[in-house]
Design a protein around this ligand. Structure first.
Ligand code: ZN
Length: 298
């Protein structure tokens, strides 16, 4: 697969083997295989061990209960499952979520974890049929829920959101701060794609709504899942055709930064950039042309 940019949460290597999901006998055979490895997730966290961290993967026979999701097969045909159930850390193990370890895990591990957490989030909040209200049952290796009353099938939901680095003709980038963010955190603008809207239109609309800036030349950058709880972030670059700022209540501050100014603001801790695991950070560094420093907290 050709990749324009490598994003931290878009590095998975395991084949989802979606054809196997609809064959319950195959799923049972894989679950019973002693080579199969299982990842446990709960409340957006799993267990990791070591430095750099690796997922704690266990044999299926060590698992007692919990909802089971089939994640796929690796090149050696080893099967991976996730179990959604409370987790207890053993010696040298720590609970961790994607925000803390998403950029540190290896490619296979981050792909398994983002898949498992996205599924677990969806199952946790979609227990009933949207047609008739009956309790639904997990099926297809955890990739759908079926209503026993009317037979309807309900598929995991992913909410597309756009996130964009807006630059003007004089090479200034627009960064803003949302009221709920930590003090001094500045990042790219972002927002959900609305029903019946293209991603490119959402970029133009969101930048105008949030900052009062008109943009053109919307260019696709890359995407990564962001399961907090169920977003897919579609990254774009866009060129501003106006620069006066008029903020709505989604932003408490917004500023145009030149390259040197951005570097100095980050170095001097005048502003804090989003974490390395985010597509926002990659958009900003792609525009800047290099990695920007992450000062230690304090
Ligand atoms: Zn129903």
């Amino acid at each position: 697969m050709a990749k324009a940019v490598e994003l931290p949460l878009a590095r998975g290597t395991v084949d989802r083997a979606s054809g196997l999901r609809t064959d319950p006998a195959q799923i049972e055979r894989l679950w019973a295989d002693p080579a199969t490895r299982v990842l446990r997730v709960h409340d957006g966290e799993t267990l990791v061990t070591g430095d750099p961290p690796e997922l704690v993967l266990v044999e299926a026979r060590a698992i007692d209960g919990g909802e089971r999701y089939f994640l796929g097969l690796d090149e050696q045909r080893t099967a991976y499952f996730a179990i959604s159930a409370p987790i207890e850390a053993g010696p040298d193990q720590q609970p961790a979520g994607l925000r803390s370890v998403g950029s540190l895990l290896g490619d296979r591990d981050v792909g398994l974890l983002v898949h498992a957490i996205a599924l677990a989030n969806w199952h946790a909040t979609h227990r009933h049929c949207a047609r008739c209200g009956s309790a639904t049952e997990s099926a297809a290796g955890g990739h759908l829920r079926r209503c026993p009353a009317d037979g309807s099938e309900h598929f995991p939901r992913t909410d597309p959101a756009v996130i964009m680095l807006v630059a003007d003709d004089e090479d200034h980038a627009l960064l803003g701060r949302q009221p709920s963010w930590p003090q001094r955190r500045f990042s790219t603008l972002a927002g959900f794609v609305e029903p019946g809207e293209s991603a490119e239109h959402a970029v133009v609309r969101e930048v105008m709504e949030e900052a009062g800036v008109a943009v053109t030349d919307v260019r696709y950058f890359g995407s990564q899942p962001w399961p907090f709880p169920s977003s897919l972030m579609l990254g774009y670059m866009a060129t501003a055709t106006t620069t006066a700022l008029r903020l709505d209540d989604e932003l408490v501050e917004a500023r145009w930064f030149g390259r040197d100014e951005l570097y100095a603001a980050v170095r001097d801790r005048e502003i804090l950039l989003p974490p390395r695991v985010s597509i926002a950070r990659r958009l900003i560094e792609s525009w800047y042309g290099a990695e920007l420093p992450t000062p230690p907290p304090g």
